[in-house]
Design a protein around this ligand. Sequence first.
Ligand SMILES: NC(=O)c1ccc[n+]([C@@H]2O[C@H](COP(=O)([O-])OP(=O)(O)OC[C@H]3O[C@@H](n4cnc5c(N)ncnc54)[C@H](OP(=O)(O)O)[C@@H]3O)[C@@H](O)[C@H]2O)c1
Length: 290
Amino acid sequence: MLAKCLIRNYLRQPLDLAKRYGKGSWAVVTGSTGGIGAEYCKQLAKQGFNLVLFGRNKDKLEELDAKLKKDNSQLQTQIVVADFAEDNSAKFYEHLYRKIQKLDISILINNAGAVIPEFFENCKLESAISCSNINMAGPAMLTRMFINDFLKRTSRTAIINVSSLIRVVPSPYIKEYSATKQFLTLFSYYLQDNYGDKIDIQDLNPAVVTTNLSNHQTGPDTITPEHCVTSSLRDLGQEFCTVPAMIHSFIGQMLFVMNKFMKPLYRATFVNDYEMKILRAFYEQHRNKK
Ligand SMILES: NC(=O)c1ccc[n+]([C@@H]2O[C@H](COP(=O)([O-])OP(=O)(O)OC[C@H]3O[C@@H](n4cnc5c(N)ncnc54)[C@H](OP(=O)(O)O)[C@@H]3O)[C@@H](O)[C@H]2O)c1
């Protein structure tokens, strides 16, 4: 385990992704306007991929589009405005698929994600449904829409599912988030077992990344979106289940063992600490609004 971690983080070199998946082919990035999504766009554009930018806010998408094109003069893009919380019907996904089906898509990144920061017994039913639509239905349905095209391509293709390290435990305060991410990881295992010979599947498991979703937390255990995406693209095609930093691998192991064998310690440290952090962030936000 340790050797694998050391090799991954210090010795491994990335593959030539443009050569592997086809230069000028298209990458679909959901949640492209967020911290990790925008970084995937930036790095893939630099490597010569064209981009389908999925997001729910047209202005944010256009702003990202302009910025990416300014830095990459050859880049072609297509913007798709879609709110995964709103609809999970077959018609909704068929409509999205029809918008981009003619493009030579070689990479699908299921990155959009959301957290409901509330105790389960208090959470609004609408938010619970949105969370499962965004974190589970979205990735599963998009993958279903593209899988047959991917299997027909002569070059290899890739699917990255952005899960979370928090899936290894029933995380305090955001239990349904951990559960939806565990779904996504199991879904990736299914894809790997059935299509791994033709499609590079990646189950990406970061702990805290400094983005909106984590309230821009920083500290010795956090990483930047750039670090997260560089690690993901370095491992793509070489490792199925990946954790983007040594410190995150360590945290994952520790949480798993504590939750399984040392419940009181797990509650006294991780749960209390986590809930305090969230409450503090909530009060700070509230104070700043006043
Ligand atoms: N940050 C972390 O600590 C961390 C750790 C582990 C895993 N992850 C995972 O990483 C992925 C990216 O998150 P991030 O950290 O980059 O957070 P982020 O900056 O908040 O980005 C989330 C992205 O998802 C989009 N999104 C949210 N709700 C949506 C909806 N209803 N329909 C369509 N798109 C929606 C957001 O769009 P808007 O720009 O319009 O809000 C944004 O583009 C998520 O799947 C998250 O679970 C994050």
